[in-house]
Design a protein around this ligand. Structure first.
Ligand code: PHE
Length: 337
């Protein structure tokens, strides 16, 4: 029996020493209710009275020994597991973090804001107007009565007989005069619509900024000075502007306004197509009929107005040769600005 106990002890130890030993299984096999040690103890009844305490003591010793070794093995296994886990979860805190992509504003919005800031600096106020507009404000109040040929050149989308998608931001002029008394100094950015087919320089939707100034004694000199300050701030201190006679129903006299090419400075290059000048806006002195319809006495007040295409400025500024790029929302394109 003594030998049997020694053998159990050796066997248990050798099993415990194996790699990845299943400790629970070993415990059950040697110390469990139906385990080997228990069955030895059961056979003690057959022993003599002298042998019994000796074997009993030895059996206890073996049990205690196996228990201790089991506990040691459990601690060792746990430590090994932890070590493995740590190795697997190793973290290099010096690695660069993953960057969060931050979006930015569309070039059209950036340039619009820039233009707004320049005019705010000159004391202008920003006003808003609806894109779905009465033809009264889009045309009639702007001295463009029904059957006026100028209505054709700004062919637009009609919603009903007398409601349309505005073809110009000039409607905001008429709206402003109706509810504001002079002095008036406003700009109004926004979308406008014309039934143009899409190509590199046309879109049925684009953006304008309208400007309107009305006060006593406003002259074309004020218009010129204001646009000059705008152009120098927008395109650089050396920029010059040029007025070319033109016709708009709501201004008289009217002009198309060019800025000296900000790439070649006026010598002629690819951007300005050899002209040295780039057209950016329409302008003029507010027509007396328009003032009258807006409830302002043209004998007392005068004013100027201008309308600037934002796409044009963006395309010229960034040398973009296809307008469609501005509307496609391709991040690879937009990221550049
Ligand atoms: N509304 C005109 C256009 O869209 C531009 C303009 C605005 C001209 C104000 C004169 C005065 O072409």
């Amino acid at each position: 029996m003594k030998e049997k106990l020694e053998q159990i002890k050796l066997e248990a130890v050798s099993m415990l020493e194996a790699e990845n030993a299943d400790l629970e299984q070993i415990r059950i096999r040697f110390l469990g209710k139906k385990g080997e040690l228990t069955s030895v103890l059961r056979g003690m009844g057959a022993l003599s009275a002298e042998e019994r305490p000796v074997i009993g003591a030895l059996a206890n010793e073996v049990r205690q020994y196996i228990e201790e070794r089991l506990a040691d093995a459990a601690v060792a296994q746990k430590a090994k597991e932890n070590e493995k886990k740590l190795a697997k979860e190793k973290l290099d805190v010096t690695l660069p973090g993953s960057k969060i992509k931050i979006g930015k504003r569309h070039p059209l919005s950036q340039v619009q804001e820039e233009i707004e800031n320049i005019f705010i600096g000159m004391g202008f106020e920003i006003v808003d107007g609806p894109e779905v507009e009465y033809d009264y404000y889009n045309f009639t109040a702007l001295n463009t009565p029904e059957n006026h040929p100028a209505r054709d050149t700004q062919d637009t989308f009609y919603i009903t007989e007398n409601i349309l998608l505005r073809s110009q931001t000039s409607c905001v002029q008429a709206r402003t005069m109706e509810h504001k008394a002079p002095p008036i100094r406003v700009i109004s950015p926004g979308r406008v619509y014309r039934s143009d087919a899409v190509d590199a320089t046309h879109s049925p939707m684009f953006h304008q900024i309208e400007g309107l100034v009305i006060d006593k004694g406003i002259t074309m000199g004020d218009l010129k000075g204001t646009l000059e300050i705008f152009a120098k701030n927008m395109f650089g201190a050396d920029t010059k502007i040029r007025f070319r006679p033109h016709h708009f129903p709501f201004t008289e006299p009217s002009a198309e306004v060019d800025v000296s090419c900000f790439v070649c400075g006026g010598e002629g290059c690819r951007l300005c197509k050899g002209e040295g000048w780039i057209e950016i806006l329409g302008a003029g002195m507010v027509h007396p009929n328009v003032l009258r319809m807006g409830g302002i006495d043209p004998e007392v007040y005068s004013g100027f107005a201008f309308g600037l295409g934002i796409e044009r400025v963006v395309m010229r500024r960034y040398n973009i040769d296809d307008m469609r790029l501005l509307y496609e929302n391709d991040v690879r394109f937009l990221e550049q600005f």
